[in-house]
Design a protein around this ligand. Structure first.
Ligand code: NAD
Length: 520
């Protein structure tokens, strides 16, 4: 497959729409020296931004939220053109950004309020934990949610008082740039420097240069690159959060509502053409209902419409599936399907590129007769493919669901919700949905992130903003005595006293004796 992006002598990246393959823009590559300059400016802007209180920062970001609402039609068209997804899914991206601004604008002060601690031992000290912004947070992001994972990711970091520098994917830089402009308009109207949030562009080299100068890195992308970024960050001992890949299992038990389960599997597997870190990547269905569940899934898959609908039309029915953004991902999908076929899998529908459309489209695909000897059940496919495996019972489903190096998301379908929640607790995943799919990401209130190779750190909730802060502890002496018992000069008397205190406080035998003496 021809590469649609090239570096020209002037170091430009051409951006082509995966839906039409037409050139829709270009961006200049930021050199490593350029990255240092950008981060230097961000550090200056940080001084101004971090000195504002939460109310003021919220006011600025809420003004930016209005810009996102006002410009939504333009944003929808750009997201569709650059990423290839359907209009409805582009609306979800804008909604997320507006919601995350609302969420943290209202709660940042509470999440980051200094916490008073009463020490259990040193009672004569007043102790408070403060959350301080880290400085310049670098973000390195992928192409599948080009607005959510750039501007959306930046919001909690900004609310905490940091300056942010984002290196979006070289495949989808335009939407991040436009999103940044809408934030800049809000900074400008409040007399603030636009360098509070900046975009740099380029490939791995530019991302690497950012790791070398930022105070923290929030990385979203593949496990392979995540490890490279973490190793590079380790050289400077800067904190990293890693939101990486997944191979999310869906378990369908015999007592499930099969209609809801089939609808969930089809949407959960194919939304954004399956290019979702928390999409349904593999299904385990109990033998007793496997035929009926599979029949419904195939029927619903065959009813899906694929195409490009960036511009609003008068027709009522829209497309369901768009294009695939990244050419190499299509090759991964083809490789996984070929490997599964060679090992005995059956293609029930789809299985190839959609040649009737001009762009990079892959037909929604359902596979049966799959097992864990196949890449399709063990490696992240990240495309519109739904492999369905029959299992004997709940135990086997759970064993296979956990037989993975990933642990991002999962789902369980059963009419018995209590049973579903019990099973969910045993699934090795950051979020498990019962009778739902992908929904966890929409719950901005709850931490979202992965286990095992799916990453380190959480977005959303209190953790989602605290990760962009360092915890500063302030200990204040309460009584102002001239000296403390363990300060100089050391003497045999204080040594005996401390030794006796040690025994009284920590010896179980003495403790029991004291209790019996006191009649407790
Ligand atoms: P990728 O790892 O190839 O690239 C991600 C980013 O890293 C890009 O901006 C890229 O330019 C940059 N990069 C590449 N090499 C680098 C290097 N050596 N140093 C620094 N930066 C470098 O991932 P992708 O193909 O863009 O995205 C798909 C992956 O992202 C999938 O695995 C998916 O599961 C994952 N993802 C995870 C989440 C999550 O929240 N867990 C969300 C979305 C996507």
């Amino acid at each position: 497959m021809a590469q649609r992006v090239s570096i020209e002598p002037q170091q430009l990246i051409e951006v082509h729409s995966p839906a039409t393959l037409e050139k829709i823009g270009e961006v200049a590559v930021t050199t490593p020296d350029g990255v240092s300059v950008v981060v230097g400016r961000a550090r200056e802007a940080f001084r101004v931004w971090s000195s504002l209180d939460f109310k003021k920062r919220a006011e600025v970001l809420l003004a930016a939220r209005d810009n996102f609402v006002t410009h939504r039609e333009e944003l929808i068209e750009l997201i569709c053109a650059e990423n290839g997804k359907p209009r409805l899914e582009a609306i979800v991206e804008i909604t997320y950004v507006c919601d995350v601004i609302t969420f943290y604008a209202r709660r940042a002060r509470r999440f980051l309020k200094p916490q008073r601690i009463t020490p259990h031992l040193l009672r004569n000290k007043k102790v408070t934990v403060h959350y301080q912004p880290r400085g310049v947070v670098g973000m390195i992001t992928p192409w599948n949610f080009p607005l959510i994972l750039t501007i959306g990711e930046a919001i909690p970091a900004l609310m905490a008082g940091n300056a942010v520098v984002i290196k979006p994917s070289e495949w989808t830089p335009l939407i991040a740039i436009r999103g940044a402009e809408l934030l800049h308009a809000a900074f400008n109207s409040h007399g603030l420097p636009v360098e509070i949030l900046q975009i740099i562009n380029g490939y791995g080299e530019t991302g690497g240069a950012l790791v070398d100068v930022a105070e923290m890195i929030a990385f979203t992308g593949s496990v392979r690159t995540g490890k490279v970024v973490a190793e590079r960050a380790a050289r400077r001992l800067i904190p990293v959060s890693l939101e990486l890949g997944g191979k999310d299992p869906m378990i369908v038990l015999r007592d499930a509502d099969l209609e809801r389960a089939a609808n969930a599997a089809v949407w959960g597997g194919f939304t954004n053409s399956g290019q979702v870190c928390i999409s349904v990547e593999r299904v385990y269905v109990e033998d007793a209902v496997a035929d009926e569940f599979t029949r419904r899934v195939v029927e619903k898959t065959n009813a899906l419409r694929q195409g490009y609908d960036a511009v609003e039309t008068n027709t009522e029915r829209r497309i369901d599936l768009g294009a695939m953004t990244f050419p190499k991902q299509v090759e991964v999908v083809e490789d996984h399907i070929a490997d599964a076929k060679a090992r005995g899998a059956q293609i029930l529908t789809g299985g190839r590129r959609n040649q009737n459309l001009p762009g990079r489209y892959f037909e929604p695909t359902v596979l049966a007769n799959v097992d864990h000897s196949m890449k399709i059940m063990t490696e992240e496919t990240f495309g519109p493919v739904l492999p369905i495996m029959r299992v004997r019972d709940e135990r086997e489903a759970l064993r296979l669901a956990n037989d993975s190096r990933y642990g991002l998301n999962a789902s369980v379908f059963t009419r018995d919700k209590a049973r579903g929640e019990r099973i969910a607790e045993k699934v090795e995943a950051g979020i498990t949905c019962v009778n739902d799919v992908i929904a966890g990401f929409g719950v901005t209130d709850a931490p979202s992130g992965g286990l095992k190779e799916s990453g380190i750190g959480k977005r959303h909730g209190a953790e989602g903003i605290r990760r962009f802060c360092h915890q500063q502890v302030i200990v204040t002496d309460r009584f102002g005595m001239k000296s403390e018992i363990f300060w100089y000069p050391y003497s045999a008397k204080t040594e005996r006293l401390l030794s006796r205190m040690l025994a009284v406080m920590f010896s179980s035998r003495i403790g029991a004796k004291l209790k019996s003496l006191l009649g407790k």
